[in-house]
Design a protein around this ligand. Structure first.
Ligand SMILES: C[S@@+](CC[C@H](N)C(=O)[O-])C[C@H]1O[C@@H](n2cnc3c(N)ncnc32)[C@H](O)[C@@H]1O
Length: 268
């Protein structure tokens, strides 16, 4: 990525310098240099365009399939902070329980959330993800852990619609902004046990408005998912309509004060 940026900057500098040369001395030498640098610049821009793959939300599993092997390498401090807060609230939700069933919708590789429960023998982790490569990564990560788990390759909405079990915690960590539809809070609420909690973490809409693509470079090609904006206030409003209460809500801000992510815990 850095190499590409340096080449682009060099191409722009050469182009500007050769245009200035043409202006000051209109002879065939500066004109040739200007033409060569202009074509270099155009080739670079064209190649950049060729190696970029943009995915709309209905193709999110294709995008995650491409980036699965890089997923855990890209965690920023702020993403890690959001996951730590998410995990803290799952733990708080089950603190008094002898055993717990946790449903992880869009569980990814499992490293950011599920892994914090790997040594807990009193937990059954119900993992759901729509991307085969993510499920494979999750299963590899849990291989050596003593961890009761059930993993399912499915769209999370389809899973919820046919699910008959109830859960102590449902966690949806950074999956809602990848969905091509609105998350069904009413259905999620109906899958909670009497004292169950719904923990949701995702990117703040103002951050997604600034960066509408989630772009990852894999094998010198850029893969970008056009993410959607999910406002935490809309989630809270829908949850209140389902008689859920807000137990916790935090916005995680970057050093410049820009809201980056949110974590919400809703409960009966
Ligand atoms: C940004 S990752 C988050 C992974 C993990 N929960 C975490 O916090 O690190 C989003 C995950 O949602 C999954 N996903 C995307 N669309 C989905 C859908 N419609 N149903 C289920 N999972 C989906 C992706 O495959 C990916 O693993």
């Amino acid at each position: 990525m850095k190499k590409k940026l340096v080449l682009q900057i060099l191409a722009v500098i050469t182009l500007i310098a050769s245009i200035a040369w043409v202006v000051s001395d209109f002879s065939y030498e500066p004109v040739i240099v200007a033409l060569v640098s202009a074509s270099g610049f155009l080739i670079l821009a064209w190649r950049e365009q060729q190696s970029k793959h943009v995915y709309e939300l209905d193709k999110a599993p294709d995008f995650y399939g491409k980036i699965a092997k890089m997923y855990d390498e890209r965690n920023t401090k702020f993403l890690k902070d959001s996951h730590i807060i998410t995990v803290k609230h799952i733990k708080e939700a089950i603190v008094d329980q002898k055993s717990a069933d946790i449903l992880d919708l869009g569980g990814g590789t499992g490293i950011n959330v599920a892994a914090h429960f790997f040594n807990r023998t009193n937990i059954t982790w119900h993992y759901v993800d729509a991307t085969a490569e993510m499920k494979v990564a999750f299963e590899k990560n849990v291989e050596s852990a003593s961890f009761k788990h059930v993993s399912k390759l499915s769209d999370l909405n389809i899973y919820m619609q046919s699910c008959e079990q109830k859960f102590d915690v449902i966690v949806v960590s950074f999956a809602l902004t990848s969905l091509p539809y609105q998350f069904d809070i009413s259905k999620a609420a109906s899958l909670l046990k009497e004292k169950g909690s719904l923990v949701i973490a995702d990117i703040e809409p103002e951050y997604n408005a600034k960066y509408p693509e989630y772009a990852v470079e894999v094998d010198n090609e850029l893969h970008a998912l056009s993410v959607t904006q999910v406002n935490p206030l809309d989630l809270i409003e829908s949850a209140l309509n389902e008689n859920l209460k807000v137990k916790f809500c935090q916005s995680i801000k970057k050093n410049d004060g820009v809201r980056y992510a949110y974590v919400i815990r809703l409960g009966k």
